[in-house]
Design a protein around this ligand. Structure first.
Ligand code: DGJ
Length: 748
C-alpha cells in the first residue's frame, strides 16, 4: 500500500491494493510509463515492462548504439513531439524566436501526505493526511530553465489517481505554452471501446460507445464551457466488461472550459490518451518567475465494470470535491417558478405559489429569471441586478421576507456572466462585453458575455451579488449561463495574449464562486448553463448540485439522468417534477412517473401548485414526504444502474445504504406492451445476501434471492388488460423501498 520508490532504478509504484500505477526514469532522463491497471504486488524492478523496438527501415532511434530504445514505441508519462515520437504530445512550447523541442529531465521527487491544495482552480481535497498520498516529480529543461512538476495523488480507499501538471519559468526570458495537458496515459493495446456522454441542449449526456480504431478519436469543447455537447468524461472499456464486471478506466477533467480528451491509436495499436485544456486557440505567455497550472484530471480504474467506475467517481466527488459543508447536509426540496410563470409574475403571484407549495411540504422557494431590470422576456436587462420595481415594487428584500415568513427558505436566479445589449450596464460599459468594440458581436439568446477575464468586472459582480445575498438573507442561488462564447477577445489583454482568454475567463468564474461560497458558506449554489451545459466536476467544487437539463419530461430524463450518473453522484443531479403536457416534449406522463424519476436526484417541483387538482395535491404531499424519508439514502448510498434506457423500453436503477439495511429501487417502462411476459423480474444489486428485506413494508425476501432470482415486478405493469393492469398505458413506473427486516419471515 502507498507509494513505493526504488531510488536506485528510479522507479515509482503507486498502489492502494485496488490499482497500481508504475513509471520510471528512462535512460534518456525522461519519464516512461510501465503499468496502469489492477493492483500489482510490489517488486524490486518493473523495468522489463518497458516496450522495446524491433527496428525497421522506417524507425527512428534516439541512440545509434541502442536500436531497441525508440520513443515511437516506448510508453511515456509526458511525451514530447519532435524527438522520434510522432504521436500527439502532452506538452508543446514555443519561444519568441520559434518553436522549441523541450527536453524535461528528471531532477527529483517529493512525497507528501494527503494532497496539496490548488489555488485558483477547483480541485479534489483530502480530509486528513490518511486519505491520500501525493508524489510530485520535478523535471527540468536546462536550456529553457523551466521546471515541470507532475503531481500524482493516490487515494487510500478509492481506486482513484488524480493527476495534474505545473510549469514554472525559472529563466530570464519568456516563452509560450501551446499545450500543457493535465495527463497523458499510454496503454499497450487497443482492445477497448470508448464511452462518452454526448448531446445538446435539452438532450444532455446521452451514453455513446465506439470501438477504438486506428487514428485519432476525441471529444472536446471550444465553446468556453464544458458544454451540453460533450461532457469532459471519457471511459475505456474492455469488450467483455459490463455494467457490473470487467475492466474500465474512467477519466474526468475537473475543469469547466475548453477541453480535449483524445485517444490516439497508432500503427502498433498502442493507445495514447491525452486530456487537458484544449490546445486549439490556446497560447499562454509565461514570463520569468511565473508558473502555469494545468487543471486536475480524476482517473478511476475499475475491475467492477462501468458501475464500479461510477461509484468511485461518486465517492470521490461526494467526499472530496463538493464544498465540505454540503457533504453531510440535507438539501431542501425546492419549487422553482420558471415553468409556472416564466417572466410573468408579481409579488402576490409568487407569494401565493410559495404558500401553496409550503402546504405541500416543499421547503425552498426559488425565484428564477425576470426579477431584475426591466426583464419581461429574454431580450434585456442582464447585468442590471436591481429589482424590477414594476413586478416587485417592494423590492426583492420584501419578497424574501414574505417567503421566509411562510416558513420557507429563499433562493434566487442569477446569470452573472452575461450582459444584455439592452441594459444600463452595457450602455455604461460596452467594453465589458467579450469581443472587440470595432467588430460585430454575435448574439446568443439575445445576450453578450461579460469579460470575466477582467478582475474589475468580477469585483463588480461580487459586490452586487454579495449585497443582494446579505439584504435578502438568501439560502440558495441558481447560477445560470445561457450561451457559449464567440469572438473571444478581451479589451484588457494585449493582442498577442488573446490565446489566454478562455482560461482566464473561467479562472474569473471560479474566483467569483470562491469568494461568494467562502463568504456565504450556508448558501447552497446550484450550477446551470441553459440546463446542463456546464455539468462538470469544476462547477461541482463550488455548487454541489447542477440543473441537469431544461428537459423535464420524465421519459427524456431517464436517459439524461442515467447518462449523468456515469460520472456524477445522483445527489448532484437537479431533477424536478414539472407540469404536463411537458413544455419541451408536449408529452403527458403520469404525476407518479414524473416523481419516481425526479426522486433519484435532488428533488423539486417546477410547476404552478395553484393549478393542481386536490387529488394531485394529495399525491404530491405523499411524494414530498417520501423524498424526505429517502433523501439521506440518496445522498449517502451506493448507486447501481440495472437497466439502460438506451437499450430497451425499460429503465431501472437503485441505491443501497452503506450498511445495506435500506435500498430504493426505481423501475420505469416507457411504452405499454400488450400481453407481455407473464412474470417480470428485476435482478437487484448491492444487497446483503443474508439480510431479509421487506418491500414497501410488505413481504420480505432474502438479499440473495432479490439479486439472483430477482424482484418480481407487480403484475399491474404487465400489460394493458384492464382486469389486471391497474396502471396500464404508457410511461409507468414503480419505486420500491427495501428495508432490512429484523425478524426473518422470508417466504411467508
Ligand atoms: C435556462 C435554465 O436552464 C432554466 O431553468 C431557466 O433558469 C432559464 N434559463 C431562465 O432564463
Amino acid at each position: 500500500m502507498g507509494i513505493h520508490i526504488n531510488q536506485e532504478l528510479k522507479q515509482f509504484h503507486l498502489t492502494n491494493g485496488k490499482v497500481s500505477y508504475v513509471f520510471h526514469v528512462m535512460k534518456n532522463g525522461q519519464l516512461g510509463q510501465l503499468y496502469y491497471g489492477k493492483a500489482l504486488r510490489d517488486r524490486e524492478d518493473f523495468s522489463h515492462l518497458q516496450a522495446y523496438d524491433i527496428p525497421t527501415a522506417a524507425s527512428c532511434h534516439v541512440y545509434a548504439d541502442d536500436l531497441a530504445f525508440s520513443l515511437e514505441t516506448i510508453r511515456q508519462e509526458y511525451p514530447v513531439y519532435g524527438n522520434s515520437d510522432f504521436r500527439e504530445p502532452a506538452i508543446s512550447l514555443s519561444r519568441p524566436d520559434g518553436p522549441f523541442i523541450p527536453n524535461f529531465q528528471y531532477e527529483r521527487y517529493q512525497l507528501l501526505k494527503g494532497k496539496p491544495s490548488m489555488e485558483g482552480l477547483p480541485a479534489v481535497y483530502t480530509e486528513d493526511d490518511s486519505d491520500a498520498e501525493t508524489l510530485q516529480i520535478v523535471l527540468r529543461d536546462g536550456h529553457l530553465q523551466a521546471k515541470l512538476i507532475l503531481t500524482y495523488t493516490i487515494f487510500t480507499h478509492l481506486p482513484v489517481i488524480i493527476r495534474c501538471a505545473r510549469l514554472v519559468n525559472e529563466g530570464d526570458s519568456k516563452f509560450h505554452i501551446e499545450r500543457l495537458m493535465s495527463a497523458s496515459v499510454d496503454f499497450p493495446d487497443k482492445d477497448y471501446s470508448m464511452i462518452h456522454l454526448a448531446g445538446t441542449w435539452s438532450r444532455e449526456r446521452h451514453v455513446k460507445e465506439r470501438v477504438l480504431e486506428a487514428g485519432i478519436q476525441s471529444i472536446s469543447s471550444i465553446r468556453g464551457a464544458s458544454s451540453h455537447h460533450h461532457n469532459p468524461f471519457l471511459a475505456l472499456k474492455r469488450p467483455d466488461a459490463t455494467e457490473h464486471m470487467g475492466e474500465v478506466y474512467g477519466f474526468n477533467m475537473i475543469y469547466s472550459s475548453n477541453f480535449l480528451m483524445q485517444i490516439e491509436v497508432d500503427h502498433y495499436e498502442n493507445v495514447r490518451l491525452s486530456t487537458g485544456i484544449h490546445p486549439f486557440g490556446f497560447k499562454w505567455e509565461l514570463n520569468p518567475g511565473e508558473s502555469f497550472q494545468a487543471p486536475e484530471v480524476a482517473m478511476v480504474y475499475s475491475d467492477k465494470g462501468l458501475n464500479g467506475m461510477s461509484q468511485a467517481f461518486h465517492d470521490l466527488y461526494q467526499g472530496h470535491l463538493i464544498p465540505r459543508q454540503w457533504r453531510h447536509e440535507t438539501r431542501p426540496i425546492l419549487i422553482n417558478n420558471w415553468e409556472a410563470t416564466y417572466f410573468d409574475f408579481n409579488e402576490e403571484k409568487l407569494v401565493n405559489i410559495a404558500r401553496s407549495a409550503s402546504e405541500l411540504g416543499i421547503e425552498l422557494f426559488v425565484l428564477d429569471d425576470g426579477w431584475f431590470g426591466n426583464r419581461n422576456d429574454d431580450t434585456s436587462s442582464l447585468g442590471d441586478w436591481e429589482t424590477d420595481q414594476n413586478k416587485l415594487p417592494n423590492g426583492i428584500e420584501s419578497l424574501a421576507g414574505k417567503i421566509k415568513g411562510i416558513g420557507m427558505k429563499f433562493g434566487l436566479w442569477f446569470e452573472p456572466e452575461m450582459i444584455s445589449p439592452d441594459s444600463e450596464l452595457y450602455r455604461k460599459h460596452p467594453d465589458w462585453a467579450v469581443g472587440m468594440n470595432s467588430q460585430h458581436r454575435t448574439l446568443g439568446r439575445n445576450q453578450f458575455v461579460l469579460d470575466f477575464s477582467r478582475k474589475d468586472i468580477v469585483d463588480y459582480l461580487y459586490e452586487k451579488m454579495a449585497g443582494i445575498i446579505e439584504r435578502t438573507d438568501m439560502d440558495y442561488i441558481k447560477w445560470d449561463m445561457n450561451r457559449n462564447i464567440t469572438e473571444a477577445f478581451s479589451s484588457k489583454l494585449p493582442p498577442d495574449r488573446q490565446g489566454e482568454f478562455f482560461h482566464r475567463y473561467i479562472l474569473g468564474v471560479y474566483d467569483l464562486y470562491e469568494r461568494l461560497t467562502s463568504r456565504f458558506p450556508h448558501v447552497l449554489f446550484e450550477s446551470c448553463a441553459g440546463g446542463g451545459g456546464r455539468f462538470d466536476p469544476g462547477m461541482m467544487h463550488y455548487a454541489p448540485q447542477a440543473w441537469a437539463s431544461d428537459d423535464t419530461d420524465a421519459v427524456e430524463r431517464l436517459k439524461i439522468q442515467y447518462g449523468t450518473s456515469f460520472a456524477y453522484p445522483i445527489y448532484s443531479i437537479g431533477s424536478h417534477v414539472s407540469a404536463v403536457p411537458n413544455h419541451q416534449t408536449l408529452r403527458n406522463t403520469p404525476l407518479k412517473t414524473r416523481a419516481d424519476t425526479a426522486m433519484f436526484g435532488t428533488f423539486g417541483y417546477e410547476l404552478d401548485p395553484l393549478r393542481l387538482t386536490e387529488e394531485e395535491r394529495e399525491e404530491i404531499k405523499k411524494q414530498v414526504a417520501a423524498y424526505k424519508q429517502y433523501r439521506n439514502l440518496i445522498r449517502d448510498g451506493r448507486f447501481y444502474r440495472l437497466q439502460s434506457p438506451f437499450e430497451s423500453n425499460e429503465t431501472a436503477w437503485m441505491i443501497v445504504s452503506r450498511e445495506q439495511s435500506e435500498a430504493l429501487v426505481g423501475w420505469y417502462k416507457v411504452l405499454a406492451q400488450p400481453n407481455g411476459p407473464k412474470q417480470k423480474t428485476l435482478k437487484l444489486q448491492g444487497l446483503n445476501e443474508t439480510f431479509s428485506y421487506s418491500i414497501n413494508g410488505e413481504k420480505a425476501y432474502y438479499g440473495d434471492e432479490l439479486m439472483q432470482a430477482g424482484l418480481i415486478l407487480p403484475v399491474e405493469f404487465n400489460g394493458v388488460n384492464g382486469k389486471i393492469a391497474e396502471r396500464g398505458g404508457d410511461y409507468q413506473s414503480g419505486v420500491f423501498h427495501l428495508t432490512k427486516h429484523l425478524m426473518a419471515f422470508a417466504g411467508k
